[in-house]
Design a protein around this ligand. Structure first.
Ligand code: AMP
Ligand code: MG
Length: 209
């Protein structure tokens, strides 16, 4: 397989590849991601192959706007909407209850799914054009550092994926903060849990919650 480097003007070509089940490197504000159609189990399976990622490590679904949350998640707490309003688009991943439309391979069989709306405008344009949520881990081979440039991603992924969309250097360079909003106490109140520290500081999450 030849890996094409696409320019931002070719974002619609990147979207088409994703729609039909291919793999595309996409820029986000945190790191380059390895994206596939998050509703297509075969396409998502190819992500794990290309990276050498263990199948039991769940992927994040990327959406272009918070209104898409309801397509893929249920039982969405009010806190999630509040956090989305403050931090999206941006480097916050929220773990929520998934709807059955989300394939098992995305979530490693969990009944929850990680959701994020990236701050990179080209990334959101690709997802809008693809009209599907994009499942994406970082665009490196498993065990290697996460890429923050298209070149760096090409070093790892050349010949393994269909294309990389060159959207310039990633501005943040640190992974998204992962926050679980799935646990409730006996009164039904959400018990937020930080699963991975990242670009959004815990203090700012506390202020909002
Ligand atoms: P990566 O895409 O490589 O940055 O990894 C995504 C991170 O989000 C991993 O550390 C996962 O463990 C975490 N993650 C994704 N989905 C879930 C989920 N449903 N439950 C808990 N953690 C998740
Ligand atoms: Mg990673």
């Amino acid at each position: 397989m030849r890996t094409n480097l696409l320019t931002v003007n070719e974002f619609e070509a990147a979207a088409r590849i994703i729609r039909v089940g291919g793999l595309v490197g996409i820029p986000t504000e945190t790191v380059y991601g390895l994206g596939a159609n998050g509703l297509n189990p075969l396409a998502v399976g190819r992500i794990f192959q290309a990276k050498g990622r263990p199948q039991d490590n769940p992927l994040i679904l990327h959406i272009p706007e918070s209104s898409w949350l309801e397509r893929y998640c249920e039982d969405i707490p009010e806190a999630a909407w509040r956090l989305a309003k403050r931090f999206w688009p941006g480097p916050l991943t929220m773990i929520l209850r998934r709807k059955p439309i989300v394939p098992d391979v995305v979530t490693a069989g969990l009944d929850t799914v990680g959701m994020r709306c990236p701050a990179h405008s080209v990334c959101r344009a690709v997802i809008q054009a693809a009209e599907v949520p994009v499942a994406a881990p970082s665009g490196n081979l498993s065990g290697k550092p996460s890429p923050t440039t298209a070149r760096h991603m090409l070093d790892d992924m050349d010949g393994r994926i269909n294309a990389i969309l060159d959207g310039g250097d990633c501005q943040v360079g640190v992974e998204s903060t992962v926050l679980s909003l799935c646990q409730r106490d006996m009164d039904g109140k959400i018990l937020p849990r930080l699963l991975r520290p990242g670009a959004v500081p815990l203090e700012q999450l506390r202020e909002t919650l």
